[in-house]
Design a protein around this ligand. Structure first.
Ligand code: ADP
Length: 262
């Protein structure tokens, strides 16, 4: 009965969320979390109500990227949890903010993770949202299976860099998604070239265009490319999404374009 009740709570939460975007990558370090947080912030800036759910239990980075600290507020009625508010349009829930002792989660096994992810949906008062973006650990593990099973209409966004190694990993991720019959919204190429801050010409530091070729090969939409941009690093250290910075930058432009494309 507990499971049935939770399934009902999950359905009623998901009914109120128009689009669920599942942000994935073949391997770590390609900027998946940055793309997730900045795309969410860009959508919020465009006026949509947006939530971010960080299901990366071992290394949640969303709160750090948004400069959020501390635990979530529980609701005294029925033990529901309120997401953390970043601004009027942007709300966040992560493992980090739920656990008293985050070091403990490192020892978690599959079923515990599955349970935690389901609770992130059933027990959180997300309310009416236009978009829920879900950040995941790199690769394809228990967390990904659980998200795809729990949210069957999730649209997957695959983040890659143009490098061959990252692309080999992302091919595995795409194969996994096809095997799981998941809906793929498209591919984003991050760290795609560098605009020289002095001459404003482009330097293809890690080559370019690999993400687009990959998208073509798998007949997936290509959602856009985000250049390497030192502003991204500065903004993540500040805990402020690059799209909320006052000054324009190549990454900010690209992310706002991608948000409009989505
Ligand atoms: P992942 O989630 O894939 O492990 P992160 O989002 O944590 O990757 O990003 C890894 C590092 O790369 C961070 O320091 C981040 O600031 C930096 N980064 C991400 N995207 C860009 C970019 N377009 N330009 C410059 N640095 C970036």
């Amino acid at each position: 009965a507990k499971q049935i009740i939770q399934d009902q709570m999950i359905s009623s939460t998901l009914e109120k969320i128009k689009y669920k975007l599942f942000i994935m990558s073949g391997k770590g370090g390609v900027g998946k979390s940055s793309v997730c947080v900045n795309t969410a912030a860009a959508l919020a800036k465009l006026g949509y109500k947006v939530g971010i759910l960080d299901v990366d239990i071992h290394g949640p980075s969303v709160p750090r990227l948004l400069g959020l600290k501390g635990q979530l507020d529980g609701d005294s009625r029925g033990g529901l949890i309120q997401p953390k508010k970043y601004n009027e349009n942007l709300y966040v829930v992560s493992m980090d903010s739920l656990l008293k002792d985050t070091d403990q989660a490192v020892l978690w096994r599959g079923p515990m993770k599955t349970n935690a992810i389901r609770q992130f949906i059933s027990d959180v008062t997300w309310g009416e949202l236009d978009f829920l973006l879900i950040d995941s650990p790199p690769g394809t593990g228990d967390e990904h299976m659980t998200v795809l099973k729990t949210i069957p209409d999730a649209l997957c966004v695959v983040v890659t860099t143009p490098q061959e190694l990252s692309l080999a990993d992302v091919r595995k991720a795409v194969n996994f998604l096809q095997y799981a019959h998941a809906n793929v919204l498209g591919v984003v190429e991050n760290m795609s070239g560098l605009i020289c801050p002095h001459c404003h010409k482009e330097i293809p530091l890690f080559k370019k265009g690999g993400g687009e070729l990959l998208a073509e090969k798998y007949a997936l939409p290509f959602l856009g490319a985000i250049p390497l941009d030192p502003t991204t690093v500065v903004s993540s250290d500040m805990g402020k999404p690059v799209v909320y910075l006052d000054e324009d930058s190549p990454a900010k432009d690209a992310l706002l374009r991608i948000a409009k494309e989505i």
